[in-house]
Design a protein around this ligand. Structure first.
Ligand code: DGY
Length: 448
């Protein structure tokens, strides 16, 4: 079942869905800069890769052409080697650190000569998933839309090939992230051990800005930031030659959630390419997805009953249970016995921390319900999990997660993330992807 299809037996509607829909659309309009959307005007005043992809879903509900435009703008900044960067710095704005002068990636992006610079790392590949969702809601025979869809298919295919070449150079089967920001889960407990070996002796002085816009207890710590910036400096010292960065990085982590997004995006890409008559891309994407799905076995932790990270530097499996280890539900078949085990984990976590889905096992020692990716619930992750549960036929659990996600927004607003034990809003306010996911969840309930 795709996320476009109705949920059976859903009876409880969120309070005043029409008002919630109106407010969500207003947030998206406020953050719309014409050809791209900022996640939030103060903490994140540029275009972010996976934020933009999720946000395109909400924009499409307001104006379909604008939704497609969001993705096109992002891919216009794809590097010549195929990477789609995690930030596009469309305008100057000194409210964010690290800005383009710190990244200093210069020539790598095709628009750099026009003064639009980017960061030098990437983010979770959800473009393929979003591309298929928009395609399912559109007429791909429309002569205006068809070339746009073809262009996005080509961009996603190039990006996914880049991942294999640059983040799995020894062809171990799965890709590694080389910076916590690539996972999008900046301060996840998954990286605690691995970040210890990232040296900070050569760190240049810097001043972070995020804690001027959000509570420090809800953000990564200064020690985390030192490591984030030290890694950036390492890559910058190599002039962002991506072919060297994997092996040069003191942080190389195989993240099950990241790889699950890549597999699901490749499968989605394959289906869209087939609809567009591009048999080569369809075959390539499906092949990539199959081999990665088989390689996921290595990340299974039988004791925990979920997937975990693999530290490629020390060649060791982690024992930490984060939400990334539940995301392979996107890639497994319903017949795979691990699917039922993952669904059971989701259910248990929600029994303990009932407001959305926690980003870290709420029974674990390191669980922190307010600090960014160490516990809080994020609507985009909830959407990915809902999508996987629907595909697996677990409508009951999907419905529960949809309702609790909508209740979070109805009660606490369009916050960046939420305390899964109390439902309190955390981080920034007026967040684009939270608004977009609200429209997605409302769309699922409306079709009942
Ligand atoms: C930040 O700056 O907080 C981001 O997560 C990096 O992309």
């Amino acid at each position: 079942m795709s996320t476009n299809e109705p949920l059976p037996n859903m009876t409880d509607q969120p309070d005043n869905p029409a008002a919630l829909r109106r407010r969500a659309k207003q947030v998206l309009k406020d953050n719309d800069r014409g050809r791209y959307t900022v996640p939030n005007p103060t903490i994140y005043p540029f275009q972010w890769n996976w934020d933009s992809c999720f946000t395109a879903l909400g924009l499409h509900a307001i104006d379909p052409a604008r939704g497609w435009r969001e993705l096109v703008t992002l891919t216009e900044h794809q590097w010549v080697d195929g990477m789609i960067p995690h930030i596009v710095f469309h305008r100057d704005d000194d409210r964010y650190f690290p800005g383009p002068a710190i990244w200093a990636t210069g020539h790598q992006s095709p628009k750099a000569s026009l003064g639009v610079l980017t960061s030098g790392i990437t983010q979770p590949p959800v473009l393929g998933l979003v591309l298929e969702t928009l395609s399912n809601r559109s007429d791909l025979d429309d002569p205006t839309l068809r070339p746009i869809a073809r262009r996005l298919v080509a961009a996603a295919d190039r990006w996914h090939r880049w991942f294999v070449d640059h983040r799995d150079p020894d062809r171990q089967g799965l890709v590694a992230i080389i910076h916590p920001w690539e996972a999008g889960r900046d301060n996840a407990a998954d990286w605690d051990d691995a970040l210890q070996v990232v040296g900070t002796d050569q760190l240049l002085p810097y001043r972070r800005c995020d804690t001027e816009h959000a509570e420090a207890v809800e953000r990564p710590t200064d020690a985390d930031y030192d490591r984030f910036i030290s890694l950036l400096q390492t890559f910058r010292s190599r002039d962002w030659r991506q072919s060297e960065l994997h092996d040069a990085s003191p942080f190389r982590m195989v993240d099950p959630g990241f790889n699950a997004c890549l597999i699901a995006s490749d499968l989605a890409l394959g289906r869209v390419a087939a609809r567009l008559g591009d048999a080569d891309v369809a075959a390539r994407a499906t092949r990539r997805a199959r081999s990665k799905t088989a390689a996921l076995d290595r990340l299974w932790h039988p004791g925990l009953g979920q997937f975990v990270c693999w530290d490629r530097i020390v060649d060791r499996r982690s024992d930490n249970a984060s939400v990334a280890g539940l995301l392979p539900l996107l890639a497994l078949s319903a017949a795979d016995p691990r699917s039922a085990m993952l669904a059971t984990r989701i259910e248990r976590w929600m029994d303990v921390a009932p407001f959305g889905l926690a980003s870290q096992d709420p029974t674990s020692k390191v669980f922190d319900p307010v600090r960014y990716w160490r516990g809080p619930s994020w609507l985009v992750v909830n959407w990915l999990i809902v999508k996987s549960l629907l595909d697996q036929g677990r409508h009951d659990l999907a419905e529960r997660l949809i309702e609790s996600s909508l209740a979070l927004v109805a009660t606490s607003g369009f916050r960046e993330y939420f305390d899964p034990t109390t439902g309190d809003g955390l981080g920034g306010d007026g967040f684009s992807w939270t608004a977009a996911m609200t429209l997605e969840f409302l769309g699922l309930t409306r079709q009942c």
